[in-house]
Design a protein around this ligand. Structure first.
Ligand SMILES: Cc1ncc(COP(=O)(O)O)c(C=O)c1O
Length: 445
């Protein structure tokens, strides 16, 4: 059973205090900062992770109804088939002076799944795979400007959109991304347009069309394309000779076997995968049409760690396991049950919460008033005491059973009841044990 509150002298929290001193920003990923969920309560570190069960360094047990490794573990944590393939590769040597043959099999499998593509390059992280894709597009077109929609990682090419002084990227998933450290000389190399707003893309084209190297976007996130949006974007890219890059890092493999674009009616010139492709092991893939991938012959794109063997071994095993399990209808049923449960319980407790989601990425919105963020923090705080990692986002996976969803929704029922009571007796802020969660990027100390 979890303690009601994590005392400051427990191993998990005290290690994070030291971690924050030694590691600027505390972690390597903004979304793994405890401050993003419930400061001083959300466990920073895990000891074990299997299925959907996570233990922290103090052996507290949690069921993960948050993002399952920020979307990386679609088959659940510690998937045996994937782990065994990785262990076999390690026993045969995870790296050497020569290349890992798994790269060729992985390339074969990815291009077979996406018949519009012929070639693949590999990285380990998603953001660096996006940098590779943009480098290829600039190399093959000989142009500089990128039109971008959505979030695509931490690199200079992307953050350059915010060099103009505003928060052009603010409406694209992560607000507050300062371009600090990005050369001001990159100003004017990246402009944003919003999803389902083809007129905004056309306005960028009117200004920069002749110098447009790439259009970069997720084919979908929480919304589906409307009024032929993807076909319109495809037509703009064709008209200008710009490279259309679909970022499938989060959406790829979540709803079907391959990129989400396969069921949305438009093909890109390049698609980029990471996260679910390796079920938590690091692997990024950039696949594309042969003429476009020729940019990777012209440009220098090369890294030692992209050649080790466990990443591609994990990806091949993940693809085989997905093909065997066909987990997508189960994942969509889990998502539907959770979203329906959220809606019904919000109504029951007369809370102004709303729900959005695409069937495999679900989001709970805690109202729009000034208490929304405090309410989100309180939800996480109270769910932790009941043994759940839970927040505004829920990424269902193959290991979430329908009975685990029932148990989770009973816990949500209790916590919504607690929140409703807090609203009428002094407000949600008064029930917070520590400060409210952070909502975007900011420095920690
Ligand atoms: C759509 C999208 N692109 C790129 C990235 C960056 O990937 P990574 O964190 O592996 O660098 C993310 C990460 O959340 C993402 O969701």
């Amino acid at each position: 059973m979890n303690k009601d509150s994590i005392s400051p002298d427990n191993r998990t929290e005290s290690l994070y205090r030291r971690g924050r001193e030694l590691i600027p920003g505390g972690t390597q990923l903004l979304s793994k900062r405890p401050e993003m969920y419930a400061p001083e309560l959300w466990p920073a570190y895990y000891k074990t992770a299997k299925g959907i069960t996570v233990t922290d360094l103090d052996d507290r047990l949690y069921q993960d109804f948050s993002t399952m490794g920020i979307g990386a573990c679609l088959l659940g944590y510690g998937c045996d088939a994937v782990d065994e393939a990785v262990i076999a590769r390690i026993r045969g040597g995870s790296t050497s002076t020569l290349n890992a043959p798994e790269e060729v099999e992985l390339a074969e499998r990815l291009v077979a799944l996406h018949p519009w593509s012929q070639q693949a390059r590999f990285t380990r992280a998603g953001g660096e795979a996006m940098s590779v894709a943009v480098r290829i597009a600039r190399a093959v077109t000989g142009r500089s400007v990128v039109a971008v929609c959505g979030y695509h990682g931490w690199s200079d090419w992307y953050l350059a959109a915010n060099l103009t002084g505003g928060d052009a990227l603010g409406g694209h998933l992560l607000p507050g991304l300062e371009p600090t450290g990005v050369p001001s000389e990159l100003t004017g190399t990246n402009f944003t347009f919003r999803y389902n707003q083809p007129a905004e893309l056309e306005a960028l084209v009117a200004l920069h069309g002749g110098n447009l190297a790439a259009i970069v976007m997720e084919p979908m996130r929480h919304d589906l394309p409307k009024d032929g949006f993807l076909e319109k974007v495809r037509a703009v890219a064709d008209r200008l000779g710009a490279v259309l890059i679909f970022d499938e890092i989060t959406n790829g493999f979540r709803a079907n076997f391959g990129g989400s674009h396969l069921r949305l009616g438009a093909n890109p010139d390049i698609a980029v995968f990471a996260k679910a492709l390796g079920n938590g092991y690091p692997i990024g893939a950039v696949i594309g049409r042969a003429e476009v991938m020729d940019g990777a012959q012209r440009a220098f794109i090369s890294s030692t760690s992209w050649t080790e063997g466990t990443g591609p071994a994990a990806a091949i095993a993940t693809l085989k396991e997905m093909e065997r399990l066909q987990p997508w209808s189960h994942i969509s049923a889990v998502a539907g049950k959770v979203m329906q449960g959220w809606r019904e319980l919000a109504e029951l407790h007369e809370l102004p919460f709303t729900v959005s989601g695409s069937g495999n990425l679900c989001a709970l919105h805690f109202g729009t008033d000034t208490d929304a963020n405090a309410t989100r923090t309180l939800f996480t705080q109270e769910m932790l005491t009941l043994g759940y990692l839970a927040g505004a986002g829920f990424y269902p996976c193959a290991a979430h059973t329908l009975s685990a969803v029932d148990d989770y929704l009973s816990a949500v029922d209790k916590v919504f009841g607690f929140i409703a009571m807090a609203v009428t007796t002094g407000g949600v802020r008064a029930k917070l044990k520590h400060r409210e969660a952070d909502q975007g990027f900011r420095r920690l100390t």
